[in-house]
Design a protein around this ligand. Sequence first.
Ligand code: COA
Length: 505
Amino acid sequence: MTDQSNLRCKAFADKIMSAEEAAAFIPAGSNVGMSGFTGSGYPKAVPAALVARMSEAKAQGERFAVSVWTGASTAPELDGALAEVEGIDLRMPYQSDPVSRAKINAGLMEYMDIHLSHVAQMVWEGFFGHMDVAVIEVAGITADGELIPSTSVGNNKTWIDQADKIILEVNSAQPIELEGMHDIYYGTALPPDRLPLQITDPMDRIGVPYLHCPPEKIIAVVPTNSPDRNSPFKPPDADSKQIAAHVLDFLTHEVRKGRLPASLLPLQSGVGNIANAVLMGLGEGPFKGLTSYTEVIQDGMLELLRNGTVSKVSATAFSLSADGLAELNKNIADYRKQIILRPQEISNHPEVIRRLGCLAMNGMIEADIYGNVNSTHLMGSSIVNGIGGSGDFARNAFISMFLSPSTAKGGAISCIVPMASHVDHTEHDTHVIVTEQGLADLRGLPPRRRAQQIIDHCAHPDYQAALQDYLDRATASSGKHTPHLLGEALSWHARYLKEGSMLPA
Ligand code: COA
């Protein structure tokens, strides 16, 4: 019988140690790579042991902080716990933790929010300095010393390549049946040595199922047995269902027009409740045998795989609720035939996204009347999460859609505003905007016609007249290409900050 245990490699026996012993290898001030992407595959034990060291240092009046680089967001026991003790100098490239968000917005922690496909090359180029240690969760180690990746791949291949020393957490709570699901590409290079990526279908494999790590780099192997973060999703509410219905009608229309094949093109679906709700809505539509080339696999995508709406998915990570995880574990042998997890510079690669013609669906904070989209900042200044992979997909998708309820905070905020208070995606990368009110198809439209579409189809009725009035007065009194009233363009945000509502008095 073949050995199916998590830790099959006898050569690492003398490197097995506790999280506390392993954390002692991480010096203050170092650059630490950690695995983890949207709450999956992050180290579970070493960060807590590091936090204990940081707290001890703090009690003695010393500062102990490190820079933390990951794939994307992690979990309270990593991002939250390190941020709580102010143990992070610079965090990159994406977070979604409430404690770390508060520290960043209070100016107590530096954060760099980067297109997720750019991170690996920026680290190779040395922009963030040298990576001293990487702490990587794996699902297992084979008898030959190959690393079986966990529930996310993210930047792990790059971290293992770049770090001087590697600490492995071998998590026996992760299903060992993940073995074989991953595709780790070892052909990446900096220009001018880059070669075309031979992916013409989401299920094309161009790499190997394992992460390679020179054994001499591995300084510690820490056995763990803890589940991923597994945050619950909000059940789809009336607005999300309405947004999903508009997306479904639009896709059906595009098929009827002959602009999309009956099985559509590979779907990309972003993070968050709205994106998850749209996926669930797709499952109730007429489509079958769809494909997906995306970044994360949320519960909604598993549901689509289960009911046959989607037949194959490429991503870099799972991001599941506890129920979603139970479903994955129960039917993992089937899912392994339908799912590939890749490094994030491949799951989000512009070349592949453009070639496959992905249909991108991402959440947003707000859009302005011309289609500039803010995905990251509240009232222009306070970070929420980060751009994540939304820019990788929006810029290169065949159709780039942004989705949001038309209002937030009980109607006190309009998500359609005269001018976006921060821009992550310019009007040029926004093809379609969808709110529960309707869908604005902006393709082929110059700025003023785009504005009219967005006001007519996406704005909430409470804000429609004020937006129309803004557009009319701007058109009457300023440059006619993209009319704005500069003294008023951000007055809606200023009014909210002063009066607690964007609604006109
Ligand atoms: N002003 C202030 N707050 C706003 C807002 C606005 N214009 N729009 C939304 N919000 C708030 C909501 O009220 C909600 O807050 P709450 O949890 O306190 O109620 C929160 O933002 C999330 O809104 P929700 O409508 O539930 O959307 P979501 O869960 O789909 O998340 C984003 C929306 C934009 C935060 C999320 O999609 C994101 O982080 N995107 C950037 C990264 C990304 O797109 N990655 C995908 C790449 S594959």
